[in-house]
Design a protein around this ligand. Structure first.
Ligand SMILES: Cc1cc2nc3c(=O)[nH]c(=O)nc-3n(C[C@H](O)[C@H](O)[C@H](O)COP(=O)(O)OP(=O)(O)OC[C@H]3O[C@@H](n4cnc5c(N)ncnc54)[C@H](O)[C@@H]3O)c2cc1C
Length: 384
């Protein structure tokens, strides 16, 4: 068993650390958060550094990196900000779906645009009546010649309002069929006639933004269906597992930032004539935080290692997603406790982590649904 990253992986990690130090300093992050503005210039820096190209095969202009390589990148991006890095994740995960399920012509059309930064991708699954129960989506597309007419509403679509964002929407094309058959994946530009966006006031993800998307008689060319009519469920499931594996690294990156902040604060903050870290109560909290973080990282690296080797890893991915999402939220909460009043103040970064970490146990599948899945894999019967 080899737990070390390769020299190339360490170099990649170093590149991302330097990129984020240059383009996303703390003061700027606080400002973007306050203004609820997405820094397009940081996304451009991701493009310029070739980060978007990493996981795509060379035949489509990618660099052929593994899921583990990508996880390492996402760890370091999220160590600075899980919020700003979400646009990167959304584009990569949806782009990989286009690569996996798209035709040659669709790959040739969409991937160069994505990898050059001309467009971004975001994912539109959830709706007001369809969250965990994905099959209950109501957004509907009707074929009309060489177009589909799409009507409905998406909710919580992360990054839908960013510049040149294309919504990778999941819609019903056959209301009578079981959702595994009647669901279709279609790409809708965020500025097509009939698309209306509303940025939601959310606890976290304030820069990338979480949007409500209204679709009224949107005419979408039929060649924007990825994976064929009725092939949406396969697109969704194939992409979700990869997303959960890699985004577990994002949870760990956020949790790492929390531990780093808490440790440096506990060393510097003096009360009763000594650094608060020397009080056993605080020292033990830090010890628990670091230990749990290491456990989360091991689950994450293993899941991504398995994905990189194309092994069946549903169970390991789900362990990593469940554990690391709860880890980030739990550790951010402890971090606030360690920093006292300063932990709640916007001049410090801990409150941002507390807010941003909260979505980890909800987005891309709640903790409850992850537990349902693990219990199912353990032989416990459940309908979901
Ligand atoms: C910040 C943020 C960003 C998001 N970004 C996106 C995005 O980009 N694209 C997108 O499509 N969606 C996105 N989502 C939506 C997200 O995937 C859903 O919120 C999530 O799937 C849960 O759905 P829901 O909110 O409707 O909750 P519900 O499904 O209504 O669940 C409510 C509660 O009931 C529990 N529950 C539901 N069913 C079961 C069950 N069978 N067993 C046990 N407990 C159950 C849930 O765990 C939860 O605690 C985002 C959400 C958030 C918070």
């Amino acid at each position: 068993m080899d737990f070390a990253f390769t020299e190339e992986q360490e170099m990649l990690r170093d590149t991302v650390v330097k990129l984020m130090a240059k383009h996303a300093p703390r003061e700027a992050l606080r400002k973007w958060n306050k203004e609820r503005r997405y820094p397009e210039e940081v996304y451009q820096a991701f493009i310029d550094a070739g980060l978007l190209r990493l996981p795509f095969p060379e035949e489509v202009g990618g660099l052929g990196a593994s899921a583990l390589d990508l996880a390492l990148v996402v760890f370091e991006l999220s160590r600075v900000t899980t919020d700003v890095s979400m646009a990167f994740g959304g584009s990569v995960f949806c782009g990989l779906n286009v690569y996996r399920k798209g035709t040659e012509a669709q790959r040739a059309h969409w991937l160069p645009k994505l990898l050059s930064g001309e467009i971004k991708f975001c994912i539109g699954i959830s709706e007001p009546d369809a969250g965990s129960d994905v099959g209950n989506i109501h957004t509907y597309a009707v074929r009309d010649g060489d177009h589909y007419i799409v009507n409905g509403q998406k909710l919580w679509t992360t990054g839908a309002g960013l510049k040149n964002s294309v919504i990778c929407a999941y819609v019903k094309t056959d209301r009578g069929a079981h959702y595994r058959k009647g669901m279709t994946h279609i790409l809708i530009d965020n500025d097509m006639p009939g698309v209306e966006l509303r940025k939601l006031d959310m606890l976290g993800r304030r820069t990338v933004g979480t949007y409500e998307v209204f679709l009224k008689d949107v005419r979408v060319p039929a060649d924007r269906v990825i994976g064929g009519e009725g092939g949406g469920w396969e697109c969704l499931m194939g992409g979700l597992q990869y997303e959960r594996a890699v985004s577990s690294a994002g949870n760990c990156g956020g949790a790492q930032a929390v531990v780093d902040l808490a440790v440096s604060y506990a060393r510097e903050r003096v009360q009763f004539g000594q650094p608060i870290g020397s009080f056993q109560a605080i020292g033990h909290m830090l010890a628990d935080m670091e230990t749990e973080l290491e456990a989360g990282k091991l689950l994450t690296w293993r899941a991504n290692w398995l994905v990189s080797r194309k092994r069946d890893a549903l169970r390991e991915i789900t362990h990593a997603k469940l554990y690391t999402s709860e880890l980030y939220a739990r550790l951010a909460n402890m971090g606030v406790q360690i920093m006292g009043g300063y932990g709640m103040n916007e001049e410090y970064d801990m409150e941002r982590h507390l807010r941003d970490s909260r979505s980890a146990t909800i987005a891309a599948g709640t903790s409850q649904t992850q537990r349902n899945l693990i219990a199912n894999l353990m032989g416990m019967k459940s309908k979901t």
